[in-house]
Design a protein. Structure first.
Length: 161
């Protein structure tokens, strides 16, 4: 979690967040983005797409033997998704806390699933569950040039005259 070059806490960690088809259809895109912005994370990639079965089967390859897998793929391809890459210190772990338990019945109020959903088959949002998983998923959903490095205007006033 520390930068090898500077020894400072790593603020460049990245995670993949997806607003699932039910989250898009129920118009939660804005509220979900707002939660990540207000927490202090940086948006470095964003797109809306209709995910193909091939992409989804790679994304959920670890779950292919689960009984719910066919229904999961049908759900995830039932409409467009909004996929995002968010960057910041411990963003993987913090996002999982913000998103809440996989089963909305067990998700605490105040979490995204706890506030916006009630059933595991329609739980509104995806968040990578580990740093390795995040790297794999980001490469799967985004091309390198679709991820942007940018600086915040309030970190430097060198341009002010
Ligand atoms: N899922 C489901 N039924 C289950 C468990 C999971 O439909 O009993 C779906 C649900 O959409 C979940 C996704 O499969 O978000 C991936 O499951 P995982 O265990 O990876 O949970 P997550 O990381 O999304 O919390």
């Amino acid at each position: 979690l520390r930068s090898k070059s500077t020894g400072l806490p790593d603020v460049k960690e990245r995670t993949l967040i997806a607003v699932k088809p039910d989250g898009v259809q129920r118009r939660f895109i804005g509220q979900i983005i707002q939660r990540f912005e207000q927490r202090g994370f940086k948006l470095v990639g964003l797109k809306m797409l209709q995910a193909s079965e091939d992409l989804l089967s790679q994304h959920y390859s670890e779950l292919r033997t689960k009984p719910f897998y066919p229904r999961l793929l049908k759900y995830m391809s039932s409409g467009p998704v909004v996929v995002m890459v968010w960057e910041g210190h411990k963003v993987v772990q913090t996002s999982r806390t913000m998103v809440g338990h996989t089963n909305p019945a067990e998700a605490l109020a105040g979490t995204i699933r706890g506030d916006f959903s009630f059933h595991v088959s329609r739980n509104v949002i995806h968040a990578s569950d580990s740093e390795e998983g995040a790297q794999r998923e980001i490469q799967l959903w985004f091309k390198g040039r679709e991820l942007l490095n940018w600086d915040c205007c309030d970190q430097s006033l060198t341009l002010a005259v």
